[in-house]
Design a protein around this ligand. Structure first.
Ligand code: GDP
Ligand code: MG
Length: 425
């Protein structure tokens, strides 16, 4: 089978270790394309160049021959993008091979402002948004009140459209939120100029680039942000993100149409973590969560927020793998479980006294209680293992059990954050 077009996705709530896997797989790619999300992403990459947190830039950036595309399905805060570019440049990373789709959506400072106003208004009922304006940027794309990156190249028309948008927005701020802070169109235009001028040369029709690469049999890797359970349609709505995180969306959000996906690689963590609000069935109590959070260093890569920690949830992950159309799985952070006496795996949900393996809609999910099996833990440090048989018996059994419960093949076992800390099963 040809493996030219690969999509790398998350099977759970995000932060599964996608950045780490993309960095590894990109060694064998010609193009890496992010196809959804914005700078709410936090993809951590640890390699020979250091430790990096990527937010907008694809995790293929550390391979100097790889072209890294910010695809049309993304929402891009051009100020944040310039900061990220400057930081990488300062670290000596070659940032020349970046291209930005002219069809991607700009996230403006007023989107951040709205995100903050609404989360504050919701108070206790807030979504736990990263407050980066992502939902507002996507929402307005659908309301046809947003600006595409390529419009930066047409300043006259841009000014006209922005003026109309800002007029509408000020009405909302003044009348709905009673905000004292209104948007000054001149400030917006100035922001666009300052941050747009620095990246203008990177904007192009990225579909042309992808189509021609694909017809030349080049290797294209699509990189997702977040995971299945945060997908806008198939996730735990409304505690989702505002875009489609699924592999089947990669061709549209990335902009490649005349070649089929050859392989979907799903990344899952060997336990559960999530950031933000929403039902989280296998959540540990804080005493248990605390230790694993510290050993596994589970703090948001984008926000620094402590992540919620849970046992491995086979019901949620099996569903997560199903909606991705997963071909192969990478399981990460198995090393972080060393030292646990026992390990629990959730095999079923108990909803109103009935057991089920089906992942339900959010209102039912909120009532679900986990049913666990318990497995033996292991004490050994496994971060130096590079073969499956080198793993302690208990670790092999844990991985095999998970594979059996979710029903998808595990191909990669990650035992450390570094590029090469990987076992091929
Ligand atoms: P992403 O958003 O899916 O790219 O994942 P994040 O980067 O937000 O979170 C994953 C975290 O786990 C990062 O800090 C990675 O460096 C780290 N990580 C990934 N794989 C492993 C692993 O196998 N072992 C350990 N110890 N850390 C890992
Ligand atoms: Mg992350």
């Amino acid at each position: 089978m040809k493996n030219n077009i690969i999509v790398l996705v998350g099977l759970q709530w995000g932060d599964e270790g996608k950045g780490r896997m993309v960095d590894y797989l990109a060694q064998d790619a010609d193009i890496v394309t992010r196809y959804q999300g914005g700078n709410n992403a936090g993809h951590t990459v640890v390699n020979e160049f250091g430790t990096f947190k990527l937010h907008l830039i694809p995790s293929g950036i550390f391979n100097p021959d790889v072209i890294n595309i910010l695809g049309p399905g993304m929402v891009i805060d051009i100020e944040a993008l310039n900061e990220e570019l400057a930081e990488l440049d300062k670290s000596g990373i070659d940032i020349r091979n970046i291209r930005i789709s002219d069809r991607a959506t700009i996230t403006f400072p007023y989107h951040r402002l709205e995100d903050n106003l609404e989360e504050d208004r919701l108070g206790k009922g807030a979504f736990g948004s990263t407050r980066r304006g992502i939902a507002y940027a996507y929402g307005e794309r659908y309301m046809k009140k947003s600006i595409q990156l390529g419009e930066l190249l047409y300043p006259e028309q841009l000014k006209e459209r922005l003026t109309a948008i800002v007029g509408w927005k000020n009405l909302l701020l003044k009348e709905v939120y009673k905000s004292k802070e209104l948007i000054d169109i001149n400030e917006v235009l100035e922001w666009v100029k300052v941050h747009g001028d620095k990246i203008k040369h990177l904007i192009c029709d990225t579909t042309k680039l992808l189509e021609s690469a694909a017809s030349g049999n080049k290797k294209i890797l699509f990189e997702a942000q977040l995971g299945s359970l945060r997908d806008i349609y198939f996730g735990i709505y409304p505690y989702t993100t505002s875009s489609c995180t699924l592999a089947s969306y990669a061709p549209a959000g990335g902009g490649l149409f005349n070649k089929k996906i050859d392989k979907v690689i799903g990344v899952m963590k060997s336990f559960s973590t999530c950031v933000g609000s929403g039902p989280f069935v296998t959540e540990m109590n804080e005493a248990e969560a605390h230790d694993l959070r510290e050993t596994a260093y589970e703090f948001g890569a984008s926000t620094g927020r402590p992540r919620r920690i849970g046992y491995f949830d086979a019901v949620a992950t099996r569903y997560g793998a199903m909606v991705q159309g997963t071909d192969e799985i990478a399981i990460t952070k198995v090393d972080s479980l060393s030292g646990q006496k026992t390990l629990k795996i959730c095999t079923d949900y108990n909803i109103d006294g009935k057991l089920t393996k089906e992942f339900p809609l959010t209102p039912a999910l909120e009532k679900a209680k986990p049913v666990y099996i318990e497995m033996e833990g292991w004490q050994e440090d496994i971060s130096k293992c590079r073969k499956f048989f080198e793993l302690p018996d208990a670790a092999q059994k844990y991985i095999n059990k998970i594979e059996e419960l979710i029903g998808y093949k595990i191909k990669y076992i990650s035992v450390g954050p570094e590029r090469e800390s990987l076992i091929l099963k």
